[in-house]
Structure formats: C-alpha cells, structure tokens
Design a protein around this ligand. Structure first.
Ligand code: FES
Length: 80
C-alpha cells in the first residue's frame, strides 16, 4: 500500500494522513485514531491495520496489503 492509498476506505483516510496523525499526536490507544478524519469508525475493517501502524515505532514501517487486495478483502468483510 502506498502513502496515498486509503487505509480507512469508509472515510477516505490515506495512509499518509494516519502516519502524520500518529507522529504528531502520539495517540495512546488505536481508538484515538478516530480523531483523524473519523478513521476506524465505519465498518471496522481498517481497525486492525490502524493498530498495526500504531504498534510500529515508525508507522511507515507497518506492512499493509497492496491497495487492490485490501479493498477486495474489505468488500468480502462487509458482505458478512
Ligand atoms: S474501512 Fe475504516 S471503518 Fe471501514
């Protein structure tokens, strides 16, 4: 996934925006990422990935799936 790809597809929040938020605000809990344009407050698909980004000392280091795979898996998740 590139920095301009959406981590939170519900609210169109890019990986770059999440990285900037984590670096600037240093949230203690993943739920605080909701303050980043509502990330994670929709379908819930992105929450594990947001947590993964928070767990890295540098959020840019988090391994996230390729954008098309990520979107396809989310579509499957939403159908359940
Ligand atoms: S993809 Fe982030 S809440 Fe749905």
């Amino acid at each position: 996934m590139n920095d301009d790809d959406h981590v939170c597809l519900c609210f169109h929040v890019t990986r770059h925006k999440v990285m900037q938020f984590i670096r600037a605000e240093r949230p203690k809990k993943a739920s605080q990422l909701s303050e980043c344009y509502g990330a994670g407050t929709g379908c819930g698909w992105c929450r594990p990935f947001l947590e993964k980004m928070m767990q890295e000392s540098d959020p840019a280091e988090a391994e996230l799936p390729e954008a098309s795979v990520y979107a396809k898996e989310r579509a499957t998740y939403r159908q359940k």
